[in-house]
Ligand binder design. Structure first.
Ligand code: 5GP
Ligand code: MG
Length: 182
């Protein structure tokens, strides 16, 4: 039997995420003209499920999906180390373009600030942000997302891409765990 003892509370169900991703694709398509490319930039690894859920909802063909790697939390910790390491192999696509960063969660804002700065320095025309979750109480940097899925209170959450020590990314729902049971 599946062990779910570590789940304190299911915060956002998979159904709610699926339905938000449908609405988000429509909202993004409404803000870009038909001719304009929609360039999505998935922030690995946490935003992979979000990206995969969102992508097939676009109706037009000119939607491009690229990946960037950013790490701030490391190992068995739920506190940000404040050091952000960024790597991206597809820089040629960025120049002169509007990019939409897809983030799993906007917490202190440090990661997003670093990625935005990186993309602007590499010649992006404009950088927009779509975050699945927003934890505004924890914000240190003055930064916001253009599209927010769910605003949540200050809890450490796991599931649907969000990990604890690289595990639990596979959970379909987003849950608040009992830390001692992880
Ligand atoms: P920030 O730089 O905004 O503080 O943190 C952003 C990154 O920290 C997220 O992309 C995510 O990887 C991680 N993070 C922030 N809050 C949480 C959380 O509640 N749960 C998990 N699993 N990761 C988080
Ligand atoms: Mg992340």
């Amino acid at each position: 039997m599946e062990n779910t003892d570590y789940i304190k509370e299911v915060l956002i169900t998979h159904e709610e995420i699926v339905s938000y991703c449908k609405r988000l694709a429509i909202e993004i398509e409404d803000t870009f003209s038909e001719e304009e490319e929609i360039i999505l930039l998935c922030v690995l690894k946490g935003s992979l499920p979000f990206t995969a859920e969102l992508l097939p909802n676009f109706k037009r063909p000119n939607v491009i999906c690229e990946f960037i790697r950013a790490s701030s939390y490391e190992g068995k910790t739920s506190e940000s180390k404040g050091v952000i390491d960024i790597s991206c192999n597809t820089l040629e696509i960025i120049e002169g373009k509007t990019i939409i960063i897809l983030e799993d969660i906007l917490d202190t804002g440090k990661t997003l600030e670093a990625i935005k700065g990186y993309l602007m320095a590499k010649g992006a025309k404009e950088v927009k942000v779509a975050t699945l979750l927003d934890k505004p109480e924890r914000r240190i940097v003055d930064i916001y997302a253009d599209y927010v899925g769910f605003t949540i209170p200050n809890h450490f959450v796991i599931g649907f891409g969000l990990d604890y020590d690289e595990k639990y990314r596979n959970l379909k729902d987003i849950v608040i765990p009992y830390p001692e049971k992880l």
